[in-house]
Write a protein that binds this ligand. Structure first.
Ligand SMILES: [Zn+2]
Length: 619
């Protein structure tokens, strides 16, 4: 009984978490295929009303339709085959509708639900104003769609088509997804604007906005198709942003070159201005407050990463935000050059390493602010896309991975998890990315590096030593190829070194110049902190090998900037007390607890030196 209770308890817990992971996921016996969303939106007042007509296919025999409707929505009526149904109930955020008859599996059917509610201030359907003119705008991501329209509000369903029909004051324009079908003045001060979108879309990407917009439009040729770019801008803002908007066609061309044609080229792309600082990538109509380069590119990139292929759960938000943010880096590189891209990376490395914790993969049970954590989901996320590119060291292969992922029939216009991306990455590159995922996607923190470059005073041989400390205990050590830029005699050479343990040491004998300085991670490709980077050219033996504690009590350590190869200990009479060879480490500990107290002679051989030291044992 106890065990059964425990199992039920665990079962409930798992179900709740799963619901969170994929939004307001409910167990339903159908798949939605189409929505007609009719809304009455008047920005002069906070109350609104609407009607959802949903087509669906039953996945199994059922007499009940469950659909998401948050508690703030009032249900006005439910209509099935033009008959009003009275047999429905509210169960928290779920509306349960009993049908008059049982539906068999694989039946195509439809149902309409009328609702009403009040605008919010922070999410869902929001009311605001600009220059004294009211505006209504929506923001549904991650799970607020069902606060303003009745829908299946989760990350497993995309409908094939939506019609959005908005009745609003005639002096305003209404923006939404897809193609404008009609604008009909009803002659009573109100107008009906009808938009239609014919691509697979999840509930959170459906959006509307209504205010006194002016239109500022362009077209762009994408693969032989003339794609309209429709911008709905506040009249007072157009002068400020028209130059920025003029560049959108070129961004669409570049991203289409890199990731295949703009996914919605038979419809449109566009922007609607809203009252928030950031942006939201609603399919074919991004909403944003300011039309800055990075924001425009970010929301546009989401049309591929996020909209065409959508994260399979909110824990997988890297698929949306990491890749979209990385596209801003790519376009900074394309339009402003390598130095600007380097700054872009440097800024991200600085922000990510400002704190020692946090993974790209969102932990179970995280709230909305953790899901959209700027440092982890966006900045670390985009640097991990870059790290994949850097590790591949082959841009053709990198873009092949991304394109294979985007157009994989399992994910294209569907959903994909971080593991799904790994699957494609491993297939295309023909190698395991387990360690990368463990360290950089699931693991927290970043490596902190101490780097020493030691020049042998008698030759042109250098020893390069790395000691890594992970910033967070979840990662034992970070595997990575790191670049070192060697400078000297007006020359520069960048070389890569594979770090695969906490301490790595390399011998370099073929640099064509004498090194006067060096830089670690010179192009900011790796998210890491450089704690120490020193070049030693003289008196290595005295400076760089330490014996401590001396006098020793029970044990002593030898720490060297070059790998220790062999240690011998002699007593005062010259008798060999101990010998250790083949050590190959930077640190070595010797136990002295069963030695007699007194003075000993220590012979230490490192990679490039021999050292003789005096040790006092005082147990
Ligand atoms: Zn984004």
């Amino acid at each position: 009984m106890k065990r059964l209770f425990l199992l039920i308890f665990i079962g409930l817990f798992v179900q709740t978490l799963a619901q969170f992971n994929q939004g307001n996921l409910l167990e339903a016996e159908y798949t939605p295929t189409y929505y007609r969303l009719e809304m009455n939106l008047n920005p002069y007042q906070s109350d609104f009303s609407g009607k959802t007509t949903m087509k669906f296919i039953t996945t199994e025999s059922t007499q009940e339709i469950k659909i998401n409707a948050k508690e703030n929505l009032n249900i006005e009526n439910v209509s099935y085959h033009s008959i009003l149904l009275n047999d429905y109930s509210r169960d928290g955020d779920v509306l349960r509708i009993s049908l008059p008859e049982n539906l068999p599996a694989n039946q195509l059917d439809s149902i309409s639900i009328s609702f009403s509610g009040n605008a919010s201030t922070s999410s869902g359907l929001m009311l605001g104003d600009h220059e004294g003119v009211p505006v209504i705008e929506t923001l549904s991501e991650p799970w607020h769609a069902s606060t303003w329209w009745v829908c299946k509000d989760d990350l497993i369903d995309k409908v094939d088509k939506i019609d959005v029909v908005i009745r609003h004051p005639s002096e305003f324009k209404a923006a939404s997804n897809g193609v404008l079908q009609s604008v009909t003045d009803l002659g009573d001060g109100s107008t009906i604007t009808h938009w239609q979108h014919n691509y697979a879309i999840p509930a959170y990407l459906v959006a509307v906005a209504v205010t006194n917009y002016v239109e500022y439009n362009h077209t762009v040729d994408i693969g032989g198709t003339n794609v309209p770019i429709v911008n709905y801008i506040y009249p007072e803002s157009l002068d400020e942003w028209s130059d920025s908007l003029d560049l959108v066609p070129s961004y669409m061309e570049i991203l289409s070159d890199k990731f295949g044609d703009y996914p919605y080229k038979t419809e449109k792309y566009g922007h609607a201005q809203w009252n928030r600082g950031g942006g939201m990538e609603h399919s074919t109509m991004s909403f944003m407050g300011k039309f800055t380069f990075n924001l425009i590119v970010h929301e546009l990139a989401h049309q591929w990463f996020g909209n065409m292929v959508t994260c399979a759960s909110w824990r997988d938000i890297w698929i949306n935000e990491g890749f979209a943010d990385y596209c801003t880096g790519l376009l900074n590189d394309h339009f402003y050059g390598e130095e600007k891209f380097k700054q872009w990376k440097q800024e991200r490395v600085g922000l990510v390493t400002a704190e020692n914790w946090g993974s790209v993969y969102v932990p179970e049970g995280s709230n909305q602010s953790r899901i959209f954590n700027s440092r982890l989901t966006y900045k670390k996320g985009s640097m991990m896309v870059h790290l994949i590119r850097y590790m591949l060291n082959d841009d053709d292969l990198f873009y092949e991975v991304l394109n294979e992922f985007l157009y994989d029939p399992r994910f294209n216009f569907g959903f994909a998890s971080v593991e799904d991306f790994k699957d494609v990455l491993e297939i295309v590159t023909q190698k395991s990315w387990d360690k990368f995922y463990e360290d950089w996607i699931y693991g927290e923190g970043h490596p902190i590096l101490n780097v020493e470059l030691n020049k042998n005073p008698d030759s042109n041989i250098y020893t390069l030593n790395f000691i890594q400390t992970p910033s967070h205990h979840s990662v034992e050590f970070f595997e990575m190829p790191i670049e070192i830029e060697f400078n000297g005699n007006d020359q520069t050479e960048i070389r890569r070194f594979e770090l695969n343990q906490l301490e790595n040491s390399f011998s370099i004998s073929d640099l064509p110049f004498e090194v006067s300085s060096f830089a670690v991670n010179p192009n900011f490709d790796i998210v890491c902190e450089i704690n120490l980077a020193v070049l030693n050219t003289h008196d290595l033996t005295e400076l760089k090998t330490k014996i401590y504690p001396n006098p020793s009590k029970g044990f002593f350590n030898i720490k060297s900037s070059q790998k220790i190869v062999e240690v011998k200990v002699y007593d005062v009479s010259g008798r060999l007390v101990g010998q250790w060879s083949g050590i190959d480490q930077l640190n070595f500990t010797i136990q002295t607890s069963d030695w007699s107290n007194g003075v000993y002679g220590l012979y230490i051989r490192t990679l490039n030196d021999e050292i003789v030291e005096k040790l006092i044992v005082n147990n």
